[in-house]
Design a protein around this ligand. Structure first.
Ligand code: FBP
Length: 313
């Protein structure tokens, strides 16, 4: 049985998507066993960006690399590896992945995920990823939460799948997700407030002023610490997410990576009717210049993202 219902997937991309789903289902099983299996949240070293690597970061990376090699993928770029890996000579596609997103939540049973972005392989390894976000042919995330979910786009809307525990295969739950225009919630790591730029501070203060303020309505606040969990909530019921640039050393371009996190999530959000920017410019109009570069990231309900752009003047 295929790991995902093939009915709504372009045939030429099916082997890659099937491999991502097969590996995702295995990772989901390992996460579900948690400490019964191994210490998934144990620190095991640092990645090329100096971020601490957890055991599950490395395990998931190895599993996706092996799965994609089996699916004939040409190049694999991972948040956990410094360089692009050349997998299968003559392969058609290049896949970038954040094998395990939200790693600070591994040990506390909060939703974590895998994020991926697919391009047609270009002449060489780096050129296959250092290109406009609009050249993605597919993107998605797998959320390891109460349900194991997959959100997926090929540029014709954003689809939602659920891993059916009875069949072990991803079944279509929604052919076209629709991100609500208006928002009732916003998300930002408020512990960084003293480091924010004036436009970001103004937006948050507008929300905090609520019905008594210029906005004239209350906005609730959420911060999970897992980009996949925040994105899924926003795709489902609207809202805004900001990981902006701030004054902390090393955070001049925010925290999230353009190739592995920002570009694929922007594709999914836009295809569901939302907006995604770096504060002013649409992410899909931007080009990655370095493999592990970070970009400020703002996305969600159209009205809110337009307001944030306005505040950035
Ligand atoms: P990784 O776990 O893949 O490094 O992802 C980064 C991330 O955990 C996002 O999932 C999340 O949105 C953000 O960082 C949380 O950042 P902070 O710890 O600064 O709140």
């Amino acid at each position: 049985m295929p790991a995902i219902d093939p009915a709504h997937i372009p045939a030429k991309l099916f082997p890659v998507i099937d491999a991502l789903c097969t590996t995702g289902a295995e990772v989901s099983r390992i996460i579900a066993r948690g400490p019964l299996g191994q210490a998934l949240g144990a620190g095991v070293g640092e990645n090329s960006d100096g971020d601490q690597q957890k055991a599950l970061d490395v395990l998931a990376d190895e599993m996706f690399e092996a799965g994609l090699r089996g699916a004939g993928v040409r190049y694999y770029a991972s948040e956990e590896q410094e360089e692009v890996l050349s997998l299968v000579e003559g392969g058609t596609y290049a896949v970038a992945a954040d094998p395990l997103d939200g790693s600070s939540n591994i040990d506390v049973n909060v939703t974590i995920g895998t994020i991926f972005s697919i391009f047609e392989a270009a002449g060489d390894a780096n050129a296959s990823f250092l290109r406009p976000a609009s050249e993605q042919v597919a993107a998605g995330y797998i959320a390891y939460g109460p349900q194991c979910l997959l959100a997926l786009t090929f540029g014709e809307g954003t689809q939602l799948y659920v891993l059916d525990p009875e069949t072990g295969s991803f079944a279509l739950a929604e052919a076209k997700m629709s991100l609500p225009e208006a928002a009732k919630e916003f998300s930002i790591n408020a512990s960084n407030r003293r480091h924010w730029t004036p436009p970001v501070l103004a937006y948050v203060e507008e929300n905090e002023a609520g019905a008594e303020g210029a906005k004239g309505r209350n906005m609730n606040f959420r911060w999970v610490g897992s980009l996949v969990a925040e994105t899924h909530r926003i795709l489902t019921r609207g809202g805004t997410f900001l990981y902006p640039s701030d004054a902390r050393p090393g955070y001049e371009s925010g925290r999230l990576r353009m190739v592995y996190e920002v570009a694929p999530m922007a594709f999914l959000v836009e295809q569901a009717g939302g907006l995604a920017t770096d504060g002013t410019t649409p992410i899909m109009a931007l080009t990655a210049e370095k493999l592990h570069e970070r970009r400020p990231f703002v996305f969600g309900s159209r009205q809110e993202v337009e307001r944030i752009t306005e505040l950035h003047g």
